[in-house]
Ligand binder design. Sequence first.
Ligand code: EPU
Length: 341
Amino acid sequence: MNFQTGISLKPYNTFGLDTRAKLLVEVTDLEMLKRVLKSKEAKENPILLLGGGSNVLLCKDFDGLVIINQIEGLEVISKTDQHVVIEILSGSVWHDTVLHCVQQNWGGIENMSLIPGSVGAAPMQNIGAYGVELKDVFISLKALNLTTLELEEFDHSACKFAYRESVFKRSLKGAYFIHSITIQLTVGEHKTNTSYGDIENTLKEMNINPQDASIKDISLAVIQIRQSKLPDPKVLGNSGSFFKNPIIEEDRFKALKARFPDIKGYPVPTGVKVPAGWLIESLGWKGKRVGNTGSHAKQALVLVNYGEAKGSEIKSLAMEIISSVAATYQIDLTPEVNIIE
Ligand code: EPU
């Protein structure tokens, strides 16, 4: 086991924040991870598990042990004429997994093309995009209990998925290491999901009738949409949407609509989902730069690092945005990103 000291975490977080870890180790299989967890270094230090680092805001140096998950692989568990069940190891890159499935013509995750991060992060916050969420294809996952070092299986209901939520962000936070996920995809006949307006428009621009779109077409359309409005973390550090889209009661939405006729909202079973991007843009934050950070010019919900930002600066901007949205709309924005202080 190669414990490195004083390593910069810049390559390990998509915000590109140059914080340091007292100790860092990369693990490539489960047995190695168990050995690391039993080590003196792990017992004597706080631990931070990182996959793709696409959903963390590191506010300062981490005075502990950072474990980088590089446990990768994909296995077909079963296959019929209609479905394929695959198990993917958590350190695999999510987008590479999507491309592999699209290539095989396996349907179900093409709308989630180009989401940054690793497979292990996907169930943590039930990733989603363009009308599809991980929970729609999810069967189960295996996770290592960090106390007993036993692998446990969680079925769909045990994960308590909701919008950008799971049990691993709530009551079981920090208690498990997600080792693999098992999902079911379609084979052959596939009902594509083109319900999200942006997808339909982009397909039309590509001269494809949304009804005839193949899995590959959808993936290409999603990649095009994301590249047109979401900054590439390799170029401009970011972590995708910084905030969740708030869900408010219908009556409150109606009252807001009376005062702010342009406000947008989409009905969901628990109320009305208000695009946080709209709220933030309406208050003049979109494209505004504050020191080394700011709200992205093409997507207000995305906070970016212009190069030299500190995590604490990005957090301060996030807090200012939260206050300004609360002051005008009486809506509390919640960060989607895991803030590590
Ligand atoms: N909007 C604005 N101004 C903006 C951005 C958005 O007014 O600067 C309004 C527009 O009305 C637009 C609506 O918000 O029609 C929705 O915008 P968009 O399609 O860009 O999606 P979003 O709600 O901002 C969510 C997810 C994204 C996901 C997209 C597409 C959350 C927190 N974010 O963003 O996920 O890619 O939908 O499905 O739910 C992520 O989680 O990191 C992420 C990028």
